[in-house]
Write a protein that binds this ligand. Structure first.
Ligand code: ADP
Ligand code: MG
Length: 237
């Protein structure tokens, strides 16, 4: 299948804080890769550099075989198929679920296809029965699903999910994991940032661990979680 994203020597500092240092990793096409690590280890910053929100001080990001120029903005990266969700989703609160997805679909697809794409996404994300609900009235879980649905409407190849399980109860988490599997089945590659290790083990084939902005280790999720260095990092060692 090959490599979809290849990150080389990626670094960024904020004032004196080396948020990400000389980071190397890759994501295979079609995989669900976990990006884990303690609070403040640089996970969201990494996603922000890939998405085009932060400009790295150093390093190269290759996507689909091409180097992405540092100055390429979020919108143009989205056109290439790079998408992300947010830790705190913010749908257009005054629009219905349908219109929230349709608005994004219109921006990223042919006008004649936007309606069908929206309906397909409503089915995939099991939001069909809520299509006419005002998005401001949704539960946290459903708001997260709507965020994923809106992300899907950009027709991404890569979705970076930043702590989508936060705040969900076990049943909601199971349902959300099913949704992530369904999204992955559509051929979408996933970078899965998560603190809930049960979720990581259940949905990811490989995991990479950051600690203080550096890559600590990588491998099969269960192995990685039992690695003494990783355990120590989570304990603040
Ligand atoms: P994580 O997502 O792993 O919890 P972050 O990537 O959010 O960690 O943060 C990594 C480090 O970079 C932290 O020390 C954080 O305070 C710092 N940082 C992130 N973004 C900024 C910013 N915009 N300005 C200053 N410091 C930042
Ligand atoms: Mg974060």
């Amino acid at each position: 299948m090959g490599t979809l994203l290849d990150v080389n020597d990626l670094s960024i500092s904020f004032g004196g804080i080396k948020a990400v240092q000389n980071l190397n990793f890759h994501i295979d096409t079609g995989e669900v890769l976990a990006l884990i690590g303690p609070n403040g280890s640089g996970k969201s910053t990494t996603v922000n550099m890939i998405a085009g929100i932060y400009i790295p001080d150093k390093g190269i990001i290759k996507y689909d075989g091409h180097v992405i120029p540092n100055k390429m903005d979020i919108a143009n990266r989205a056109k290439l198929g790079i998408a992300r969700t947010f830790q705190t989703p913010r749908p257009f609160a005054n629009l219905t679920v349908y219109d929230n997805i349709y608005t994004i679909a219109l921006l990223h697809n042919k006008y004649t296809e936007a309606k069908e794409i929206t309906n397909d996404i409503l089915k995939l994300t099991k939001l069909d029965n809520l299509r006419n609900t005002n998005s401001g009235k949704l539960s946290i879980e459903k708001r997260k699903w709507l965020d994923l649905a809106r992300t899907m409407a950009t027709r991404p190849k890569l979705i970076m999910m930043d702590e989508v399980m936060a705040g969900l109860n076990p049943a909601e988490m199971e349902a959300s994991l099913d949704l992530i599997r369904a999204i992955n089945k559509e051929g979408i590659t996933v970078l899965f940032i998560e603190h809930v290790m049960k979720a990581v083990v259940s949905v990811c084939t490989r995991a990479i661990v950051l600690n203080q902005g550096k890559l600590l280790c990588e491998g099969e999720p269960r192995e990685v979680l039992n690695n003494p260095d990783v355990v120590a990092a989570y304990l603040g060692g």
